[in-house]
Design a binder for this molecule. Structure first.
Ligand code: SAM
Length: 241
């Protein structure tokens, strides 16, 4: 898989990966870290939940190099909150590439980055499909599900937030359709939010037809808008607030 991936430095100085097969970068070239924080951690309301709650659960579709998990886990540590994070991906980049991205130093959480790198080192080639529980903080969990996300059997009403971070709808059409969004809707708790970067009309329509209340938010540098899709009629409302 490594020969399909190359490292790019983005405009905020953070790095990301470019996949030659999909011809897509993992994060925005206008700023990988800026985008991850704006679209996912803040845009889903997860950061606010981490500040105000004792436990938060997040589902990510498209773990990639783990930047969204790292910033979320670092925020959970900062706010002394338990995080249960489940993520799906078909494949995880090599430990060498993960290390070269330098995310641990970038976000000031080297031990979290090491968690992923050390686990990834235990596989010489691609990670076999399956579910892996990675210990890091004693009260937080990272469950990595390696396999085809459309085949996921997701538990109902289980996640406070969903980060939908697949490649774009042209590259990964299977993850941007009502059938899949319906699974995500059922898995989200009432008042929960799905955040994503695509604002394509067919994505908004598919989310709406699956039950979500879709809101366009201002985007990070290089992008006019991004999406927050809520499980309730009243956008921005969470049932426990
Ligand atoms: C935009 S990248 C994710 C970036 C990542 N969240 C990060 O912070 O580094 C998209 C990811 O979706 C994964 N992916 C694409 N199609 C998939 C599918 N059908 N099932 C599971 N994972 C998929 C790719 O392998 C890739 O790692």
């Amino acid at each position: 898989m490594n020969d399909l991936l190359e490292i790019l430095t983005t405009q905020d100085g953070s790095r990301t990966l470019y996949n030659r097969q999909y011809q897509q970068s993992f994060r925005s070239v206008h700023g990988a870290l800026t985008e991850a924080r704006h679209v996912f951690l803040e845009g889903s309301g997860t950061e606010e939940l981490l500040k105000s709650r004792q436990g938060v659960s997040v589902l990510e579709i498209g773990f990639g190099a783990g930047l969204n998990w790292l910033i979320t886990a670092a925020a959970a540590r900062q706010h002394r909150t338990r995080l249960a994070y489940t993520a799906w991906d078909k494949q995880i980049p090599s430990a060498e590439l993960l290390s070269q991205l330098g995310y641990g130093g970038l976000i000031g959480a080297p031990a979290l980055a090491t968690t992923i790198e050390e686990w990834r080192k235990t596989f010489i080639n691609d990670v076999p499909h399956g579910t892996y529980n990675l210990p890091h903080d004693h009260d937080s969990t990272l469950q990595l599900c390696i396999g085809e996300a459309t085949e996921a059997i997701l538990p109902d009403l289980s996640y406070d937030s969903i980060y939908l971070d697949a490649f774009d709808p042209g590259a990964n059409p299977e993850l941007w359709v009502p059938e899949f969004f319906g699974q995500l809707y059922k898995a989200l708790r009432d008042g929960g939010c799905l955040a994503t970067y695509s604002v394509a009309g067919h994505v908004r329509r598919a989310l709406t037809s699956s039950g979500f209340s879709v809101v366009r938010r201002p985007g990070p540098p290089g992008k006019r808008h991004v999406l927050a899709a809520w499980k309730r009629e009243t956008a921005g409302f969470r049932s426990d607030r």
